[in-house]
Design a binder for this molecule. Structure first.
Ligand SMILES: NC(=O)c1ccc[n+]([C@@H]2O[C@H](COP(=O)([O-])OP(=O)(O)OC[C@H]3O[C@@H](n4cnc5c(N)ncnc54)[C@H](O)[C@@H]3O)[C@@H](O)[C@H]2O)c1
Length: 267
């Protein structure tokens, strides 16, 4: 989508971090943006800081009805949606066997079903219009490389990568002009862990401190700029840390040449 001016975007997880940076940059391009988050208070405060035409709509992406209502509100306020950014996400560290089933269900319902709900609520209408459009799903470098201690998050983000690849292929097969990108950020300067803890009572496994100490973190603004460029140029893979490419190659070689799991690291 070369020309973003005057078009309409929806961004979930927009009360802070990467989502808010995306809203700011899309609005600066002249887009009208529906920004959404489950945390209505932080969302309203964030919306008040954005220059441009934005509409805050509180919604829980884990609830299909909320996302349907979000689609209705977006259409009522700004008309047809051109760009959908399924960005909301949460994390909960700990070994797979230690997380309560309820914690698994929460994390998967936000990170995986949240994206599914977005696709189901918006893509059929976008498709029916036959106009160029774009879907951006936020996964993680943890959707391409496994890291010890975050198995549930890894599972959810691998799912987002696979879902995005499938969506890309299916839209191409349908002859649709709707592009797809998957954002795979490495460590990014946001309050991601704190927000997840605030949204959901932390279990005993969530006591990891200093996880990113000494790790190169990208700004949310820089990550969002890569996304805007990917929407413009219809690029699928959006990786924020080129330094991780050798690790991705090592993992792929691990699959075809060895029987080992090759862990990622933050270098
Ligand atoms: N920060 C990082 O290092 C990093 C790295 C890789 C991927 N990511 C991904 O980037 C995305 C944005 O995270 P961020 O780093 O900007 O952190 P963030 O916490 O600032 O943003 C996530 C937002 O999602 C919202 N949210 C959580 N559950 C929700 C729900 N059920 N419905 C609607 N909104 C909900 C939160 O309130 C929060 O505002 C997430 O999908 C995350 O997994 C972040």
């Amino acid at each position: 989508m070369e020309d973003l001016h005057g078009r309409v975007a929806v961004v979930t997880g927009a009360a802070g971090g990467i989502g808010l940076a995306l809203v700011e940059q899309l609005a600066a391009e002249g887009m009208r943006v529906v920004m959404s988050d489950v945390d209505g208070e932080r969302l309203a405060a964030a919306a008040a800081t954005v220059e441009g035409e934005v509409e805050p709509v509180a919604a829980d992406v884990a609830r299909p009805q909320d996302v349907e209502t979000l689609a209705t509100r977006a259409a009522e306020r700004f008309g047809a949606v051109d760009v959908l950014c399924n960005n909301a996400g949460v994390t909960r560290p700990g070994p797979a066997w230690e997380l309560a089933l309820e914690e698994w269900q929460w994390l998967l319902s936000v990170n995986v079903l949240g994206v599914v709900h977005g696709i189901r609520a918006f893509v059929p209408t976008m498709l029916a219009r036959g106009e160029p459009g774009h879907v951006v799903n936020t996964a993680s470098i943890g959707g391409l490389l496994p890291y010890a201690g975050i198995a549930a998050y890894t599972a959810s983000k691998y799912a987002v990568v696979g879902l995005s690849e499938g969506l890309r292929l299916d839209l191409q097969a349908a002859g649709s002009p709707i592009g797809v990108s998957v954002l795979c950020p490495g460590p990014t300067e946001t309050d991601f862990r704190a927000h997840s803890r605030a949204l959901h009572p932390a279990g005993p496994a969530d006591d990891v401190e200093g996880e990113y100490d000494g790790v190169a973190r990208i700004s949310a603004t820089a990550a969002a700029a890569l996304v805007v460029d990917a929407i413009r140029t219809d690029r699928f893979w959006v990786l924020t840390h080129p330094s991780y490419r050798p690790a991705i190659e090592r993992r792929t070689r691990g699959i075809v040449e060895t029987d080992e799991v090759v862990a990622g690291d933050f270098r």
